[in-house]
Design a protein around this ligand. Structure first.
Ligand code: NAD
Length: 376
């Protein structure tokens, strides 16, 4: 198959890390005869420098015309004092909305090679793990384009004029909930077959609505074990027994908080990938998909061959899996990353975390990237 992929390296370390993602995707696809055409586009700070806008209209148009989008990171101190609507990060919101990617998938798992980076004790890790292993492997599916971040908001003064107030509104339509649930159920079907809805149904009407719709949809997925947790309990369970979770699905606000909590227990920001996906439109070959490491542009280490490219490389694997259904190729990349870590390769951000059993080789971006390619 031939794929046309939009590539936005962005700012800071973005272009450095995506370069290795591109090479890894190409190499993984080679054996299956897959070819990739990369349409390089500029968004974020570099686009502001060239055009005055973080996301020029023609960039969005070109990105939409591609089969998927791979992004590095945007932003940096140079653009920090610009007004909100002209800041580089605005490009991310514009791309998400423009591409219609409503489900954010963030895997969080413990790589045994980096186990010492996890702040949880072994007994905690073993607590919820069905095989009694000191490990976890979960996927958070966060609704991305609705809820309180996009609901009606405002400020006012009460009738007597004695006090001012502010409000935000959590509002979800049935279709918004159904489409993200479907993404989560489909992901659970490809994983260990467990889905947990996280809500606050004991208090919020919008959460009760999520729960009703999930209960209805659960009937369509008899092979998936569906469970429900209140968000306060879920926040606790994530650090008390993360091994109990497979897929967690939740609203925009709850997902924002829980996915950051999950990333902390995984260890390093330089290792975590993410995918944002949408619904396939008639006439399109693939559903819209945007893939990016969760880290930012790390201006402090940009251009110094210090950035860890593994999160970007793993984002490439997610693209192959979720946009194109190339599970074998995605696994190849994930296994290559794992074998490179087993062999002791480490960028500085993940060095000294493997325990005494691993003899570490401290390398730069280029050397660890080359090691992944060699493993592939
Ligand atoms: P950051 O993620 O860029 O960096 C935080 C720390 O982690 C830094 O010390 C950095 O050196 C380190 N780090 C990050 N990625 C790394 C990697 N791959 N390898 C090794 N070390 C890594 O977060 P920040 O410093 O808060 O933000 C810097 C800029 O990035 C800001 O302009 C911010 O708005 C932007 N940002 C962009 C995105 C995005 O594009 N999705 C996300 C977060 C932040």
């Amino acid at each position: 198959m031939n794929f046309n992929i939009a590539l936005i390296g962005g700012d800071g370390i973005g272009p450095e890390v995506t370069a290795w993602a591109v090479k890894s995707v190409e190499k993984a696809g080679l054996a299956g005869g897959h070819t990739f055409k990369w349409t390089e586009l500029q968004a974020g700070g570099c686009a502001i420098d060239q055009t005055g806008e973080p996301l020029p209209q023609d960039v969005l148009k070109k990105a939409k015309a591609c089969d998927a989008l791979l992004l590095g990171a945007v932003g940096g101190p140079k653009w920090e004092n610009l007004p909100g609507n002209l800041r580089p990060e605005r490009a991310l919101l514009g791309l998400r909305a423009g591409l219609g990617v409503f489900a954010n998938l963030r895997p969080a798992y413990l790589l045994l090679e980096l186990k010492d980076a996890c702040p949880l004790k072994d007994e905690v890790l073993k607590a919820g793990n069905s095989e009694g292993k000191a490990s976890f492997d979960l996927l958070i599916v966060r609704e991305l384009t609705g809820g309180i971040y996009f609901g009606e908001r405002g400020r006012g003064i009460n009738v007597s004029g004695s006090e001012d107030f502010a409000y935000d509104t959590e509002k979800y339509s049935r279709s918004e909930i159904e489409r993200v649930l479907r993404v989560a159920y489909d992901a659970a079907a490809k994983r260990r077959g467990k889905l947990c809805l996280v809500d606050k149904a004991n208090v919020l009407e919008s959460s009760r609505f999520w729960r009703e719709i999930t209960q209805e949809m659960a009937k369509e997925y008899p092979n998936i074990e569906t469970s429900y947790l209140y968000v306060d309990n879920a926040a606790m369970q994530l650090i008390r027994a993360p091994g109990q979770f497979d897929v967690i699905v939740t609203s925009n606000l709850f997902g924002d908080i829980l996915s950051d909590e999950a990333s902390v227990i995984s260890g390093s920001i330089g290792m975590l990938a993410s995918a944002s996906i949408g619904q396939k439109e008639p006439g399109c070959k693939y559903p819209p998909g945007m893939y990016e490491p969760i880290h930012g542009s790390a201006p402090d280490i940009a251009g110094k061959n210090l950035a860890n490219p593994l999160a970007a490389i793993l984002s490439g694997a997610m693209m192959l899996r979720y946009s194109f259904g190339l599970e074998t190729e995605a696994l190849k990349i994930e296994q290559a990353v794992s074998s490179v870590l087993k062999a002791g390769y480490r960028t500085k951000d993940i060095a000294g975390r493997g325990g005494s059993s691993v003899k570490e080789k401290i390398t730069g971006t280029k050397e660890i990237g080359e090691a992944v390619l060699a493993a592939l």
